[in-house]
Design a protein around this ligand. Structure first.
Ligand SMILES: Cc1ncc(C[n+]2csc(CCOP(=O)(O)OP(=O)(O)O)c2C)c(N)n1
Ligand SMILES: [Mg+2]
Length: 322
């Protein structure tokens, strides 16, 4: 499944949108405009955009505390996402989910879980529903390196393999679980090797190379759609900021952070597009202006949305079970 020039241009715009909206959201958090803190996705954008490139609108994504990039790439409305982060009434979950808990089934965003590793079993359930209803829809479930040490990771991979569920387990290995380096918490650093224990393909990919992520995803999606079951895709990537916005990262050296920035997926992809004639300096400029406009409109929309009224607290607590 190769990517057309138009699709690559769309991916470039999506990368820029994730980056610029995230930079703005971090800025607003530091200015005290966001209740609570924020788990920034800066630096990891190529994973979200590369995986979603091969998903259809009726496929699903599920994620974690660091999930806004996945949801935006899948098609969550920019305005309603930012309003949700700000806890406003027009947020995608009425302002009651905040930065960590968003869902919009209209665009295949199942939701996220702040319980590390918790989302894998939920995503398995949705994948089972896709299979049981005899659809060819698939689920991409994102999680971190530290989540792969949780029991739910192992239970979910086992069950998905036994039932050949249409799911991609996408591990974003950014080398950290909160403030702990991966090598201080695990002996085997290649998480993809764990796939062997569950008899499914385990693939390692450069998570800062959007085309490499997309290429590996195409294969995994093909297997899932045709009933061949799950894949574990490990994307090695870099977390630029702290675990959350209040974390000064004084446990990381200057050199390590410089390595992170050198791995920036956006200039790499831009270079590829320019070399292959799909982008010029002028068209790149036009994309930037368009994305800047979308971010500015989202800020205005979110700030103008009111806080939810007190009586909204009890709405949507229970489903309408007839
Ligand atoms: C079950 C559980 N244990 C601990 C925590 C606290 N916690 C929140 S995020 C996190 C680290 C997650 O690291 P990783 O899975 O690598 O994802 P990343 O933050 O790097 O994206 C921890 C330990 C939690 N939310 N849930
Ligand atoms: Mg991590």
């Amino acid at each position: 499944m190769s990517l057309s020039g138009d699709k690559k241009a769309e991916m470039y715009r999506s990368l820029l949108l994730l980056r610029k909206l995230e930079e703005k959201t971090v800025e607003m958090t530091m200015a005290g405009q966001v209740p609570g803190w924020l788990h920034s996705y800066l630096g990891q954008e190529a994973v979200a955009v590369g995986v979603v490139a091969h998903l259809r609108i009726d496929d699903f994504v599920a994620s974690t505390h660091r999930g806004r990039g996945h949801f935006l790439a899948k098609g969550l409305d920019t305005n309603r996402m930012l309003a949700e982060v700000l806890g406003r009434q027009d947020g995608v979950c009425g302002g009651k989910g905040g930065e960590m808990h968003m869902a919009d089934w209209n665009v295949g965003v199942i939701g996220s879980s702040g319980i590390v590793g918790g989302i894998l079993s939920t995503a398995n359930g949705v994948a089972f529903a896709c299979q049981y209803r005899e659809t060819d829809r698939v689920v991409a479930c994102f999680f971190g390196d530290a989540a792969s040490n949780q029991g739910s990771f192992h239970e979910s991979l086992n069950l998905a393999s036994v039932w050949r569920l249409p799911i991609l387990f996408v591990c974003e290995n950014n080398g950290y679980g909160e403030f702990t380096r991966q090598q201080d918490a695990m002996r085997v650093l290649d998480i993809a090797t764990r796939a062997q224990a569950y008899d499914m393909p385990g693939v390692i990919v450069d998570g800062d190379d959007v085309l490499a992520v997309a290429g590996a995803t195409a294969e995994a999606v093909g297997r899932a759609r045709s009933g061949e079951g799950p894949t574990l895709l490990e994307c090695k990537t870099h977390r630029w900021l702290g675990h959350y916005t209040g974390d000064p990262q004084d446990y990381r050296s200057k050199e390590e952070l410089e390595d992170c920035w050198r791995a920036d997926p956006i200039p790499r992809f831009r270079g590829h597009l320019i070399e292959s004639g799909l982008l010029t300096e002028e068209s790149a400029q036009r994309v930037e202006v368009g994305v800047d406009g979308e971010v500015a409109a989202a800020v205005e929309f979110a700030l103008n949305s009111p806080l939810p009224p007190p009586e909204a607290a009890l709405a949507d607590v229970y489903g309408n079970i007839q």
